[in-house]
Design a protein around this ligand. Structure first.
Ligand code: FMN
Length: 165
């Protein structure tokens, strides 16, 4: 079973969970990086990000160094921005539909994930969604507990995706 963990991370939380998961199950990692964006700092960042989410922006991404079509199971991770997934993930999902694949969803948030998983599911028609997991700012709160949970969840997703022998 070839497994990919694809994620966007702005301040490192989702990257940390993605890395822990990939190590735990021997998956490849693919980090989504906007090609040109320089987000504003401070409060302006929230206004900019909220507008980008509301307008359903799809920023251009740097070239991907993995091809999602090569994988059977894809774990998809995002920070929550304005109660939804971050715009670089929208770019990825529109360009690389994961229809027909087993997919598992995870997010990092500050305490109010809103409807992020429902929205991710809507963006993944035709995928077999195996499960969801959320983490509250793991770099700040209980990093070891979150890492343990991430490992266990990734292993459970791999097991769920593996056909019986
Ligand atoms: C622009 C912006 C918008 C955010 N919106 C939300 C939100 O709606 N709900 C929430 O719980 N956290 C929100 N957060 C907090 C992040 O989801 C949280 O810090 C997350 O762990 C960041 O992940 P990252 O470090 O991988 O970027 C927001 C953060 C930013 C920068």
């Amino acid at each position: 079973m070839k497994t990919l963990v694809v994620f966007y991370s702005f301040s490192g939380n989702t990257r940390q969970m993605a890395t822990v998961m990939a190590e735990a199950i021997g998956a490849d990692l693919l980090e989504l990086k906007p090609a040109h964006e320089v987000p504003p700092k401070g409060l302006k960042r929230y206004v900019w990000a909220s507008k980008a989410c509301l307008m359903k922006d799809r920023p251009a991404l740097s070239p991907l160094d993995r091809d999602p079509r090569d994988y059977d199971l894809v774990l998809v991770g995002t920070p929550v921005w304005a109660w939804t997934y971050a715009p670089p993930l929208r770019s990825f999902l529109q360009a690389q539909p994961l229809g027909g694949k087993a997919v598992a969803l995870f997010c990092c948030h500050g305490g109010n994930p809103g409807k992020v998983f429902a929205k991710m599911r809507d963006a993944l028609p035709g995928s077999r969604i195996l499960g969801e997991s959320d983490f509250r700012e793991p770099l700040k709160h209980a990093p070891e507990e979150c890492a343990g949970r991430a490992r266990e969840w990734a292993a459970a997703m791999l097991k769920a995706a593996t056909p019986p022998a």
